[in-house]
Design a binder for this molecule. Structure first.
Ligand code: GLC
Ligand code: CA
Length: 576
């Protein structure tokens, strides 16, 4: 048996919370224009409260030309009319708070839209007072064999060059994402001051915190050097020079001290490129001997393999997955806090990526059990609690996402067939998670009474909220039980994580150990029956499983045989 946790975990509300992510465009349309909106979120707050949600993260709803669906902001202090108005946001905060739900919003400060007044002024001429608010460079003489001569050979995260030529002033500006998302120059103190005052403005409105977008990209390698290009590609993946680059701590500390610290809020940074070894710089809790990190939690990317569309890794390697998540659990034990997630608006549905849609209920509930009871704050992405699966796209023009459209161009240029691209995007497209939330079996899944802005997955007739609320054996009811279980047992919040069966290729099993009890969480993440090589008789009571309504039968079967059924999930607890 593992040693009980000797650490006195500091308990705060956001550690105990269950969080839920909303993609507002696709959540609920209250005014029949085919687009989800803020009044629509307010209408569904009771649903979230009933589910047991304490914290909601809402993706961008600001004024935006929508090149990247709102992640290209043209006015931080205005709401896109598709979503409503500032009064709606104030009402949303009030109504959420009435139900004990806190609201955090997306803070997109690595870049703005090219239609933001700051950028419009910046691009006017080379002497503009805001010229240096963005990253402008002359063309490079060095790259002459190409039709263009970008300042360096960096590839954009959304494919193609990371530079856009501006004929007016004959210079290029840097955009790590789409060409309509110019990167702000964080080396300029005026930029930071303007961003921090905008942040204060939102916090004074009563927002409970932020999910901070793409924040590991704000520091760029000095002098923006080109990368080695042994294959002679048009552009070269450039993460090394703009992701978690040395020196970023200075910007982050300023963000913490000048923007966040004066307020009692929760912050979650999106931290691509941050490894478990440097996690404490980002999320350490302040103690007598430790300096505080920057955020309360970060979304790390190591287990998601995000932005690697062209990699050939299609199959899920469970042992590697366990190693990564265990590294994070251990790195932060007693010193920082994890944000737990399997899905978000940038990912395909987790059942398709990590599970098997042919075992939809079992794999949805096994995956849920597996990640949800680790140490950290669990985030549920809208529809994940229903076990939504990917949509089957049949043609390339069905994709809406700017990154998918750029990828299609790039791969077509390379001579890849439509069939190849379609099958790749059917696996990894961000659009899968952006289809409308199915509320009932009525037209468009009850999301909207008119044709929605994006395709509806026709399986809403079978898979929807209303059906699952009435069905005791649904994925939704299982999530409710998990959420409730975590609320009832402090040991599931503070207990130390301990991996067991590390090398088992089918079973993810771990314990949560606290002074008074030990939880053992066993999930078979394969579609075969798996032998679980532990002494089943010492596990205590079976508290939750996804096998049968009758725990005793599931327990007896499991104890007798040690066999876990395909995507079987078993949660045991024994008191010390
Ligand atoms: C983050 C967001 C993603 C967006 C990108 C650019 O990764 O999650 O949706 O496209 O930043 O803002
Ligand atoms: Ca609407």
């Amino acid at each position: 048996m593992a040693q009980p946790n000797q650490n006195q975990e500091k308990l705060v509300w956001w550690k105990e919370a269950t969080a839920y992510q909303i993609y507002p465009r696709s959540f609920y349309d209250s005014n029949a224009d085919g687009i989800g909106d803020i009044p629509g979120i307010i209408k569904k707050l009771d649903y979230l409260a009933d589910l047991g949600i304490d914290l909601v993260w809402i993706c961008p709803f600001y004024q935006s030309p929508n090149d990247d669906n709102g992640y290209d902001i043209s006015d931080y202090q205005a709401i896109h009319p598709d979503f409503g108005c500032l009064d709606d946001v104030d009402r949303l905060i009030r109504e959420a708070h009435k139900r004990g739900i806190k609201i955090i919003i997306d803070l997109v400060i690595n870049h703005t839209s090219d239609e933001h007044p700051w950028f419009i002024e910046s691009r006017q001429n080379r002497n503009s007072a805001k010229r240096d608010w963005y990253i402008w460079r002359d063309g490079s003489e060095a790259i002459t064999e190409k039709p263009t001569n970008e300042p360096n050979n960096w590839e954009s995260i959304f494919h193609g060059s990371a530079w856009q030529y501006d004929a007016e002033t004959a210079q290029y500006y840097l955009h790590l994402f789409s060409s309509k998302q110019p990167d702000l120059n964080w080396e300029n103190p005026e930029v930071k001051a303007a961003l921090f005052s905008m942040i204060h403005w939102w916090l004074e409105r009563g927002i409970d915190g932020f999910r901070v977008d793409a924040i590991s990209h704000i520091k760029k390698q000095a002098n923006l050097p080109s990368l080695p290009n042994p294959n002679g590609d048009n552009y070269v993946s450039s993460f090394k020079y703009h992701m978690n680059v040395k020196g970023i701590e200075e910007h982050l500390h300023e963000l913490r001290d000048k923007a966040f610290s004066p307020f009692d809020i929760v912050t979650v940074g999106e931290a691509n490129g941050v490894a478990a070894e440097d996690a404490l710089t980002w999320v350490a809790e302040e103690t007598a001997t430790n300096k505080a990190g920057v955020f309360n939690m970060i979304f790390q990317f190591e287990h998601m393999n995000l932005w690697s569309e062209d990699s050939n890794q299609s199959s899920f390697n469970l042992v590697k997955f366990k190693q990564i998540l265990t590294r994070w659990q251990n790195a932060l034990e007693g010193m920082g806090w994890n944000a737990l997630y399997l899905e978000n608006h940038d990912q395909a549905r987790s059942i398709n990526t990590f599970g098997n849609p042919n075992y939809r209920y079992a794999s949805a509930t096994a995956l849920a059990t597996c990640y949800f009871l680790m140490k950290g704050t669990p985030f549920i992405y809208q529809g994940q609690e229903l076990g939504l699966v990917n949509f089957h796209f049949t043609s390339l023009d069905q994709f809406d996402d700017i990154s998918a459209r750029n990828l299609i161009n790039k791969l077509k240029h390379q001579g890849k067939s439509d069939q190849y691209i379609l099958s790749l995007l059917n696996r990894v497209s961000r659009d899968h998670s952006r289809l409308p939330m199915p509320w009932n079996s009525e037209e468009n899944g009850g999301f909207s009474t008119v044709t929605p802005w994006i395709t509806v997955n026709p399986n809403y007739e079978r898979i929807n909220v209303s059906e699952q609320l009435n069905n005791q054996n649904s994925v939704l009811q299982f999530y409710k039980q998990l959420i409730e279980l975590r609320k009832q047992h402090k040991s599931l919040i503070i207990g130390r994580y301990k991996l067991i069966l590390a090398d088992d290729p089918n079973v993810y099993a771990y314990q949560r150990v606290s002074d008074d009890c030990t939880w053992t969480i066993i999930t078979n993440l394969s579609d075969n029956v798996a032998k679980v090589n532990i002494d089943c008789s010492a596990l205590g009571d079976l508290i939750l499983d996804n096998q049968t309504k009758n725990n005793e039968i599931a327990k007896t079967n499991f104890e007798k045989t040690g066999l876990a059924s395909a995507y079987g999930a078993y949660v045991f607890m024994t008191k010390h």
